[in-house]
Design a protein around this ligand. Structure first.
Ligand SMILES: [Zn+2]
Length: 374
């Protein structure tokens, strides 16, 4: 039986339910990033209250601190963090890349950011670690490539990603935990096709599109997504990693992507930017001084119910952590409303009209994801 039940389609877009060990969740789905177990500055209870059903935590950080064994003895990630919902751990591939690890056929070797010691992570280690952490979804270990890179490097990394995916699949033993494979290949459509064929031939519970939203143009991102989605099996979930930009999220949903995660909504919040239906808003701006109105009149989040733009403006100048907490909560509410609107539009057959609305606001401003962990 498939883990994904597609109940509605609109063009290539689809909506339904994804069955996970801890919860059945609605798709398309946005997953906030809780790098070290919780979303920075925001209690998990409030994230769940907004309606989010899945959180992403970071294997790389959790394996170093507090350690996968410790999380296992605490009953696994969901019990440890107290989040009432499901969870996903990334494999560490992205962090390995961004920290400049030495990649060999065997695995990756990198410095522990906490104490400087050398750590080796093989695909087999990544599986053991993620099974101990015990999220509902684990990710195969992949080799992420910085863009742009010479084609020889892309090809070499793609070959390794295929080999590591196979070793990850073979080493994964917990049947109640789903394992997703990751397609790489940069923005080269031939390499994307090749990687899609390799990863789907191994067979996973779901398929992620990795290595995008790393600085390439939106057109290139969507072209790569289109190429990969064409080669993925319809009955398995498709997950575009690291994308939260409203424009990309909406257009990738229209291409048939079911899942997204991104640090951007909360990261830009900590830097004083709110996501609104009029586009990004810098609360520090003088236009917000003394304004006795919420960030958005039609937002039902706790912040917009109680807090004025004038207060947020004041805090953004003198207490950035408090401002960051409040803006994070609002931006997550914005992101939840966006994915909910997309889901509803698929069910009503109106996604094209919604894309036109989203393009009007988000056609120009770009919300960059930057690094994929907070
Ligand atoms: Zn709000």
């Amino acid at each position: 039986m498939s883990n994904l039940l597609v109940t509605h389609t609109d063009g290539s877009a689809r909506s339904g339910q994804l069955h996970l060990r801890s919860a059945t969740v609605e798709t398309p789905l946005f997953i906030p990033v809780a790098t070290r177990g919780i979303v920075r500055y925001v209690p998990s209870e409030l994230v769940a209250d907004l309606g989010f059903q899945v959180l992403l935590s970071n294997t790389y950080h959790l394996m170093l601190r507090p350690g996968a064994e410790l999380i296992a003895t605490m009953g696994g990630l969901n019990a440890f963090t107290g989040f009432r919902g499901a969870s996903l751990t990334d494999s560490g591939g992205f962090q390995i890349m961004s920290l400049g690890a030495k990649i060999t056929d065997e695995g990756a070797r990198f410095r522990n950011v906490y104490d400087g010691s050398w750590v080796t992570l093989t695909p087999e280690d990544a599986m053991t670690t993620q099974e101990q952490i015990g999220a509902d979804i684990a990710m195969a270990l992949d080799v992420c490539t910085q863009l742009p890179s010479p084609e020889a490097v892309l090809r070499q990394n793609l070959m390794l990603t295929g080999q590591w995916a196979e070793r990850s699949r073979a080493a994964h033993t917990d049947d109640t935990q789903q394992l997703f494979g990751i397609v790489q290949g940069g923005v080269d459509s031939e390499l994307r096709k090749q990687s899609t064929a390799t990863i789907t031939a191994i067979g996973f519970d779901g398929y992620a599109i990795g290595g995008l939203a790393v600085g390439e143009s939106r057109e290139n991102t969507l072209e790569a997504v289109r190429t990969v989605v064409e080669g993925l099996p319809a009955e398995r979930p498709r997950y575009l990693m690291g994308v939260g930009d409203p424009y990309l999220l909406a257009h990738a949903t229209a291409l048939g992507v079911d899942m997204f995660d991104c640090v951007a909504p909360t990261r830009i919040a900590r830097h004083g930017t709110a996501l609104t239906n009029q586009g990004p808003l810098r609360v520090k701006g003088l236009a917000n001084r003394g304004v006795d109105e919420p960030l958005e009149l039609d937002c039902n989040c706790r912040v917009c119910q109680r807090v004025s733009r004038g207060l947020l403006h004041h805090l953004a100048h003198v207490d950035t952590e408090s401002a960051g907490t409040l803006l994070s909560l609002h931006n997550l509410a914005f992101q939840f409303r966006l994915i909910t609107r997309l889901r509803r539009s698929i069910r009503e057959g109106t996604i094209k009209a919604l894309l036109v609305d989203i393009d009007k606001v988000w056609g120009t401003p770009v919300i960059r994801s930057g690094s994929h962990a907070d």
